[in-house]
Write a protein that binds this ligand. Sequence first.
Ligand SMILES: Nc1nc2c(ncn2[C@@H]2O[C@H](COP(=O)(O)OP(=O)(O)OP(=O)(O)O)[C@@H](O)[C@H]2O)c(=O)[nH]1
Length: 524
Amino acid sequence: MAIILTVSPPSSRKTTKKLSIQGALCAFVLVVTLVFICILAWNSWNTHTAKLHEAQTSTSNMAKALAQHAEDTIGGIDNVLVGLVEMWEQNTRESTRLDRLNTYLQDRVADLPVLDSLSIYNEQGKSVADSWGTESKKIDVSDRAYFIFHREHVDRGPYIGPPVHSRYTGEWVITVSRRVEHANGSFAGVALAAINIQNFRSFYESFDIGELGSIALLNDGGTMLVRRPFDDALVGTDMKNGPVYQYYVRNGPVGTTVITSSLDNVERIYSYRHLDHYPLFVSVAFSNDEVLTDWREETIRFSLVSTIVIALLWILGLHLIRQIAKREHAQSELRAARDDLERINGELAALALEDGLTGLANRRRFDAALDEEYARAMRNETPLSLIMLDVDFFKKYNDEYGHPQGDECLKKISKTLKTASARPGDLVARYGGEEFAILLPGADTAGAVAVAERVRMAIQAINIVHAENVGGAVTISAGAASFIPFRKNNSPADLVLAADQALYEAKESGRNRVCASDSSKRQA
Ligand SMILES: Nc1nc2c(ncn2[C@@H]2O[C@H](COP(=O)(O)OP(=O)(O)OP(=O)(O)O)[C@@H](O)[C@H]2O)c(=O)[nH]1
């Protein structure tokens, strides 16, 4: 027998469910990725802001410290100048005093390493006393800005001039000077302190401001006094139009801003501070690029790690999605296979209880049905009847017409048996060979005999030619038996035996007839 297995396609509901699980997983991975990227961006932005803020705080603190340094330096020197002016004005032109003054100047310069020289010039600009000694007597400073300023201004305050090359050493110096007056208030000369800018340079070099950072000391007129990185050409440069000076002019004595330098085009975070008592201001700057170097490297590192993590997440997610898809597919195939198997099992079970030739219940099913009905009849105390039928002279039929024809004959008889015993609870079975059984639950002997008689006549009526039989057509003999199991206290086998004995009696008494196992026999 060929069994055709058909696999049912997965239902659309399952497909939708599968898609929704995969979609949810996809959405989850996407959300995790986006959250990850947002956290990374947020963290990066925070670090960026913190780094800039940190740099601003550092430059601001440094500007304050350097302004204080300049303040203290200039202040200390100015104090010396104040004393010097006082000493000179009170002891003018006393040669003995001049010697003492020279020594005093040399001692002060020795006390203050930041000082390059201390000197006093008369109203013609000629040196009259200085820390260098006699050689300096030839020096004439009448053309210097500080000399002209004091000659033309009665202001007694300190004057900080633009950087100049020292006429003693040729080095760049920053000059701090005060006016000296005669007793009548007329101009008597200038007391001058020269600061070698190398001192400021060395001091500024000691700070860690990176490769591209800068420190500058400017006067209020925008003239560059000292700058790190040092460039000889920049000393004394007018920076009035520079962005830092312009920002200072607009925003007051203290400030921090990001500006691209007009000198080297480097973008820097600038903090500047004006000195409290002198017309100078200091600016400190860190290169934006250098400030953000660590941040940039960290961001690149984080981004790389995050990219790897996200890639792994996606690989894992896609792998999971594929696994789920495979599992869903396998499950739907399994379900389909199980359904098919159940269906086939049902068919096989039916086939296992069916007679292959006639399609009637087979012997196994008959035995099971007999036990079942027998038990029920016992419970309900109802009668159970059995008809055993046998084709008359069937051996002769086979001999005459051949075995295949005999099969056809059995099929026709089976069909007739089925239609002739039409009650729903009746079971027609092929008992074996050319012998049949009809189980009639609820039927008593009379009913069973009636059914058997009806069947016998029906088979005779289909008139299957059987030359060797009496009447020339196929006939059957039947034996009927009926029990009420409870009362009789017998077994199913007893019912079969009783029906079989009645059948034997029918055969013995001439065939083509029905016999009952009890006294109520009837002849066809
Ligand atoms: N064609 C065919 N013959 C079968 C089948 N089963 C049993 N037979 C034959 O049925 C015949 C039964 O012969 P017997 O038992 O001698 O009985 P009978 O010839 O019918 O004689 P009585 O029963 O005494 O009337 C045997 O020849 C079996 O080979 C079947 O499935 N197909």
